[in-house]
Each structure stands twice: as structure tokens, then as C-alpha cells.
Design a protein around this ligand. Structure first.
Ligand code: HEC
Length: 125
């Protein structure tokens, strides 16, 4: 924890403040709904409640600080990405904290992949 706290992101924003905020995070009902809607937008690629079929995309149960570090690295461009830099840049600090809190509180579940579809030549069953 101490190691992470020394990382500075920009002039006015540091991991320290985010970590402290996340530890005592309390959401109003409106903020909570907003965070849930944002989290649902992640489901297309990261699964329902962060339970992606791909282990690399598992967000459920992620450590608060790990989530913050990763999203901030996408946002700053420090970590290269195919899509996540775009998602991260669209989130403000409060939303990132809220999502860190949300996903860290989810229970990781065994992901289940759907069986692939098999079509008959004439599309009959
Ligand atoms: C279109 C698919 C897509 C959506 C939607 C998406 N992600 Fe991602 N996510 C990815 C991909 C792909 C990666 C791997 C990095 C990359 O190439 O962008 C990733 C990586 C991540 C990682 C790092 C995982 C790790 O352990 O290294 C986090 C954290 C993350 N996404 C959070 C989110 C959050 C929060 C949202 C919703 C606001 C979201 N993602 C929406 C595709 C997506």
C-alpha cells in the first residue's frame, strides 16, 4: 500500500487521495445508480458484474488500488490499449472511484462460455 501511495498522477491528483477516498466511499442513491449504469456499460466486454469469460478481463473482486492504477494508466496513456484508453478518458475521478468500489465489491464467479452455434445446411433443426 505504501508503495502505491508514492505514485503521483499529474500535479493535483495522486493515488494517495484516491486510495483514501475509496476506503471511505459512500455513494448517494443517485450516484450509486450512475455507477451501476457505467458498470453495465463494461459488461459487454467484461461480463455481468465484471465476471468476464476471459480471465484477463475479470473485474469482479479486483483490488480497489489495482483497479485505480490500471484505469489511471489507461487514462494517462501510460499503458497502451486497444479500447480502454478511450473508456478511461471518458470517466471522471469520482466515476473511477465509484467503479473501483463497485467492482471490488463483486464476487468473482466461475465464468461460463456459451456453446457455439451449429447451423444445419438448410437451417432446419
Ligand atoms: C469494447 C470492449 C470493452 C469495454 C466496453 C470495456 N473494456 Fe475494459 N478492457 C477491454 C480490453 C480489450 C482490455 C485490455 C486492454 C485494451 O486492449 O484496451 C480491457 C482492460 C481493462 C482493465 C485492465 C484489466 C487488467 O487486469 O489488466 C480494466 C481495469 C478495465 N478494462 C475496466 C473497464 C471498465 C471499468 C469498463 C467500463 C467503464 C470497461 N473496461 C469497458 C475491453 C473493454
Amino acid at each position: 500500500m505504501k508503495k502505491i501511495m508514492t505514485i503521483m498522477v499529474g500535479a493535483t491528483f495522486s493515488i494517495t487521495s484516491v486510495v483514501n477516498a475509496a476506503e471511505v466511499f459512500v455513494l448517494s442513491a443517485d450516484q450509486n445508480n450512475h455507477i451501476r449504469v457505467l458498470a453495465a456499460s463494461c459488461a459487454a466486454c467484461h461480463g455481468t458484474n465484471g465476471n468476464g469469460v476471459d480471465k484477463a478481463k475479470l473485474l469482479a473482486g479486483i483490488e480497489n488500488t489495482d483497479f485505480l492504477k490500471k484505469i489511471l494508466a489507461f487514462k494517462s496513456g501510460e499503458r497502451e490499449a486497444t479500447v480502454m484508453h478511450r473508456h478511461a478518458k471518458g470517466l471522471n475521478t469520482q466515476e473511477i472511484e465509484g467503479l473501483a468500489f463497485y467492482f471490488s465489491a463483486q464476487t468473482p464467479r466461475q465464468p461460463s462460455a456459451l456453446p457455439s452455434q451449429v447451423l444445419n445446411k438448410n437451417h432446419a433443426n
